[in-house]
Design a protein around this ligand. Sequence first.
Ligand code: GTP
Length: 403
Amino acid sequence: MSSVWSFHFPNMFLWRLGQGMTAGRSLCNSQRIFTVFVQVSVQRTYASKQSEKKKARAFVDWRRVSVEGGKGGNGCSAFIREFGRPFGGPGGGDGGSGGNIVIKANKRVKSLAKVKSIYKAENGSPGRNNSCHGKNASHTVIPVPVGTCIKENGNVVIDLERNGDAVVVAHGGLGGKGNQFFLSNEDKAPTLATAGESGEKCVLDLELRTIAHVGLVGFPNAGKSTLLRAISRAQPTVAAYPFTTLKPHVGIIQYEDFEQVAVADIPGLIRGAHLNKGLGHSFLRHIERCCFLLFVVDLSVREPWTQVDDLMYELEIYQSGLSSRPHAAVANKMDLPGTSEKLTLLQEHVDMPVIPISAKEGRDVGMVINHIRELYDRDMAQVANQKGETENQSHKKTVLLEW
Ligand SMILES: Nc1nc2c(ncn2[C@@H]2O[C@H](COP(=O)(O)OP(=O)(O)OP(=O)(O)O)[C@@H](O)[C@H]2O)c(=O)[nH]1
């Protein structure tokens, strides 16, 4: 009911206002123009708020899907009856196979928002007379972001780590046999034809292991969204109240060599997040899925270095080793008075590179972009080394590229 109200309220209100005003014949032209102006501007504000809400809802990093392969087509029971062949024997064709359900990593896909909750592949076509076999159904491909982990009953089935990795999660059923198949010396005119098999069925959890290369981590109001806006074309909402960001926003930095690095603005952390306070575990779950972290520190508070200590503590308690992911601190709000002294103290206190910036004014954000690239290149080199080692150890291929 409330959603109906909220949807109709501006229109109804303005319509009534207009009615009331037009009812009085004394309404002059300028008043009418004013009414129309107010009506249009209120509707625009309302529409933009709705689209912002939609944008905020767009990022999805977990989905439960039910998948079912297509059923095989039934075999056909028929006899060949042609001119000159009045008893041509059995001629019922086999049914076609049902389609498979394939999950494929695609680097253009950034979230699981468009993954539906139920997938059913196409059924195979039934066999026909004159020995015509039914057509095999085409496969259903579900595109997911690179880094999607597929789980069944809590157990990891596979990790789609590279662009183009694909796996068949539900095979389609085989087509039934036509009566032609059962022709033998004992039975010259079989009437038996079998039905197509049902496709495989299962329920899977899709989880994004990596939502971005870099995660912007910080307390509410530290300026994470402002920083993301300054370094990418993402448009997260910026406001002077805590918890403006409730879901991660991912922005892409494109470098001159066309390399793209994804940066996630993660909702603000508060003390006690590991006890599920504030946005708690959902927040920490997102951090877990970033390759490296940038701690955004608000220099306008009294002792900004305590923010870094608290962040590190919360991460380590939630998952040991999380705080030792490659990281750096971004000291934000350098445009405010008295921040230079705090910056010096922060640099003395923390044991990591500190990049002083003003995200609001766009001052020195280039340094952040360069630092992100450094971390990214280092990480890529490490991943390449690890891949080489594991490929030497085993040649087992878990990802099915043919289906
Ligand atoms: N003076 C100054 N203000 C800033 C700067 N960066 C951000 N702000 C302000 O700080 C407030 C909070 O900024 P956000 O970017 O929404 O902060 P956030 O960390 O994303 O906040 P949450 O969404 O609550 O996690 C806004 O009023 C910004 O205008 C800066 O460099 N200088």
